[in-house]
Ligand binder design. Sequence first.
Ligand code: GRF
Length: 190
Amino acid sequence: MVTKIAIFASGTGTNFSALHQAIINQKLPAKISLVVVDQPNAPVIAKAQALGIPVFIVNYRAYAEKKLAELAIIEQLNLHRVTLILLAGYMRILTPTLITAYPNQIINIHPALLPNFPGRHGILDAYQANVKLTGVTVHYVDTGIDTGTIIQQMTVPRLATDTLADLEKRIHAAEHQLYPAVLAKLLSEE
Ligand code: GRF
């Protein structure tokens, strides 16, 4: 069975592309049925549109409260029959409205070894802390900031000679490998 997924993103969308490529390569029995974006100029929008994938751009400021924005998202998810949500650089905390609508069906990727370095700047924070080992975490989403149950992690060494850009490059390469691999495993267990 092909699982219909939605990818939520706010930026570049390299994880979106990696997941799409894994589907094309028949590594993932899934279809990206919808991309949800909260930033009207995010490069991920053009990437999705070029592939003919529907994009829902949600302007949170147009809603009186976050819950209403999430209800509008849920309406779109229902319309596209989405059963799995993948956050990939979505820079917003979800509320119980969305989380309870998709119990254990929302997953995130974080560019550090949680519970270390949660939040927006996982790579920078690990770099500045001078750790020798950092990495990438795929986890279920709850209402906290990067606090949900960890599914799988991949370590990434931080070399003494690394610039921040070197480390970022290695972390992103790990993300693009880990996210599709974890999903392939999860979907095969369903
Ligand atoms: C990734 O590093 C992800 O872990 C973080 O935001 C970044 C998104 O990158 N949460 P991209 O938009 O997938 O290129």
